[in-house]
Write a protein that binds this ligand. Structure first.
Ligand SMILES: O=C[C@H](O)[C@H](O)[C@H](O)COP(=O)(O)O
Length: 241
């Protein structure tokens, strides 16, 4: 089975948790896209759900697949958010934002009773940090924001190169990647994040940092598809801890 088939398998397993009448957060990325497509098939067959997309890309996919959409202004909570991740550790802490959707993804996940992470099992790591940590920033005052981030890194026992993300497929001098919220992303090569909750807190208080890709205490379970089959890992602590 190739990677794409594994992603679809994980998406299919998460779909089993969806019930008639649910309000769903719809994640972003290649794995979440499989979920939206499979959900669309169930909607066409009569399932009644409504979704909140975490990006413009997912909004377009959901519309194409016939999944009815709403916003967090029109409903007061979500039952489940189903989303992919770039890395997942044994505490179900995540790195997200490889596709640049971390801000809306975190807002939607935080508004959900449960978050199910779907992934192929290469995303499962003993320690977060091999995947560059995305940090969404305001372009104004970027130099000052970068220095504050470096100070936060040092205080949390990590260090590494940071680079402003460029738009995909572009050359070195190509345009800066701009998020759905109109911000930029710094990708930080940290290698090994020893204290993800501590680093998350330190980054969150920096003026100029809009959001970061550390999702701490948000995932309720992870569905991992691999050569050996599907593994479902439940979070031990309650949401928010
Ligand atoms: O911003 C993008 C999201 O956080 C994605 O969920 C994450 O990058 C995983 O994407 P994929 O399923 O394509 O590996």
């Amino acid at each position: 089975m190739n990677m794409d088939q594994l992603k679809r398998q994980a998406a299919g397993r998460a779909l089993e948790e969806v019930r008639d009448g649910m309000q769903l957060g719809l994640g972003t990325g290649s794995t979440a896209k499989h979920f939206v497509e499979l959900l669309g098939e169930r909607v066409a067959a009569g399932l009644k759900v409504i979704g909140v997309p975490t990006s413009e890309a997912t909004r377009l996919d959901a519309e194409r697949c016939g999944v009815p959409l709403t916003t967090l202004d029109e409903i007061d909570h979500l039952d489940i958010t189903i989303d992919g991740a770039d890395e997942i550790d044994p505490e179900l802490n995540l790195i997200k934002g490889g596709g640049g959707a971390l801000l809306r993804e975190k807002i939607v996940a935080a508004a959900s009773d449960r978050m199910i992470v779907i992934a192929d099992d290469t995303k499962w790591v003993p320690t977060l940090g091999r995947f560059p940590l995305p940090i969404e920033v305001i372009p104004f005052g970027l130099g000052a924001t970068r220095r504050a981030i470096e100070t936060a890194f040092a205080a949390c026992g990590v260090s590494g190169q940071m680079a402003v993300r460029k738009a995909k497929g572009g050359a070195e001098d190509s345009h800066v990647f701009v998020t759905d919220g109109g911000h930029w992303i710094l990708d930080a090569q940290l290698g090994r994040i020893v204290d993800p909750p501590g680093l998350a807190k330190a980054l969150s208080v920096i003026p100029g940092v809009v959001e970061h890709g550390l999702f701490i205490g948000l995932a309720s379970s992870a569905v991992l598809a691999g050569g050996e089959g599907i593994r479902v890992i439940e979070r031990r602590k309650p949401k928010g801890d």
